[in-house]
Design a protein around this ligand. Sequence first.
Ligand code: SF4
Ligand code: SF4
Length: 196
Amino acid sequence: MIVKKAYNGLKTSWKGLLITLKHFFGARKSKKLPGIQDPDYFAEDTGVVTLQYPHQKLPIPEVGRYQLHVEIDDCIVCDLCAKICPVNCIEIESIKATDVIGKTSDGSVKRLYAPKFDIDMAKCMYCGLCTTVCPTECITMTNQYDKTVWQVADLNYEFATMTEEEAEQKRLELEKQQEERRLAKLAAATKKEEDK
Ligand code: SF4
Ligand code: SF4
């Protein structure tokens, strides 16, 4: 009985050693980097089976869904992306401009400022819905998948470029315009009453 156990022990140890030796000598070959369309994308029988990341990276699909980016100059602050997001990880604040601000690269007229445009990538489920509803196609999924951070709060990406002072200035301008319009309406109504 003891002899049989010892024999089995030696046999399995030898098998394990052979596997180790196979990979030890096979490791002289580097891992291939096949394209994503290659049927052998995940196959690696011999050689190094892991990548020397970050020096080596597997090619990723062109339509892969990775980190979001917002080209804020092309955003019309319509809020559609925030509304459709299933996990509410997009937070947008808007301030109505007193006049047309300009145009996006696709010719859409901009009438709103965005003092806040945050995307919490820690909550994002990479569904891509926000990119499909955007009328100016300014929110896109990039090929950047590695955004390692020490603090989870750093995964909250801020795309707005306005300072708090600039945002306050725009709010005041809007309030002033609204007040002027209110007074003008009041004056017009008073005059109408007097003319009766
Ligand atoms: S990809 Fe999906 S979950 Fe992520 S921000 Fe866009 S809509 Fe939200
Ligand atoms: S859907 Fe596009 S244009 Fe509208 S707020 Fe989002 S990023 Fe901006």
